[in-house]
Design a protein around this ligand. Sequence first.
Ligand SMILES: [Zn+2]
Ligand SMILES: [Zn+2]
Length: 397
Amino acid sequence: MKETIQTAAESFLPALWAMSRAMYDHPELGLEEVNSSRMLREWLAEQGFKVEENFHGLPTAFRAVYGSGRPVLGFLCEYDALPEVGHGCGHDLIGVVSAGAAAVLRQTVDAVGGTLIVYGTPDEEITCTKVQLTDEGAFDELDVALMLHPYQKTCGRMGSIGIYPVQYEFFGKKCHANEAGPGSDCINALDAAVAAYLSVNQVKQYLDANIYGILNSGGTLPNIIPDYASLRYYIRCDQEWKTRRAVERINRCVQGAADSMGAELKITQYLCPTQPLLLNEPLLDAYETNMAALGEPVVVEEANRLSTDAGNVSFRIPTLHGMLGIHGCGGVDLHTEEFAARTVTEEGREATRLGVCALAGVGYDLLTRPELLEAVRADFQRGIREQDEKGVSSSCY
Ligand SMILES: [Zn+2]
Ligand SMILES: [Zn+2]
């Protein structure tokens, strides 16, 4: 049966290559992916998918469905480009691989049942719409979410770095600097922010997290004691539980500093937070097995420097975010024009072929082997439990 997957994939390749070439030639920034989204929607409609536009109020998002009943497999498409470097993150391959794999699986679904849903998820790079979509429950209809991301090599077990952006605002009481002596009731918000900044610097050496911040606002004139100051931080961790611990500890530092000065504190997230990927072992095994069967070596990658909004999906639904190697890309970094150019070479087209076949292969396994789906669910629950046990619960998080 898997041979028919390959045959079907081959028949789609010219159309898929043409779409990624068009995306490469006319890269569209996040939330402006009008043509990229339209191409994928129209192609999926031609393949018999029922397409819903403007998904969750996002003009370049979509949802395309084929089949009915369980299991429900989700295929995540990205197609946003970067300023200056175009498709330097290789998203011109992500959407076509996901759409192609889903289309390949129609015949399997016709035979054994199940539902295929392709999601267009715009602007991974800047506004991270998968965070919004996840929070709004867009993927809750799924048993599994699947996608592949172009990279220098093919590897499955590669996590990602979560980014937790947090802003601390300090509210004090303004006065003329000449009035700020003993007995004054003015409250210097800048002093509270500086005390917080120093306290965070003291504590961060004990946390397994990358924590850097800026003084974002600290007054206007030296002779006005500021009644407002703010700090902005990124807290980056490769595990969700580390983020939770770090956030809880940093919040306490900042609250202590605000209290010591008598300032009011407001904690907000000024950007959407992306979580580190929660890896799912049975899904990764299935990806590696399918790639190996196609003759593509799967390597172990020690580096873990990427961030992706698929991390948030992975904490809601069992998710595969496999790395899809473009041969000859060793030493070519993501987010460069050179990487973008590699996506439309012969090697880029071959990566697309392997990606469609491997992702469809994983989907085929999930549709035809209920015990695999059970193992995926069990591993997901184990992973969530582990993060909960290691992280501390924090009302601030
Ligand atoms: Zn990127
Ligand atoms: Zn990317």
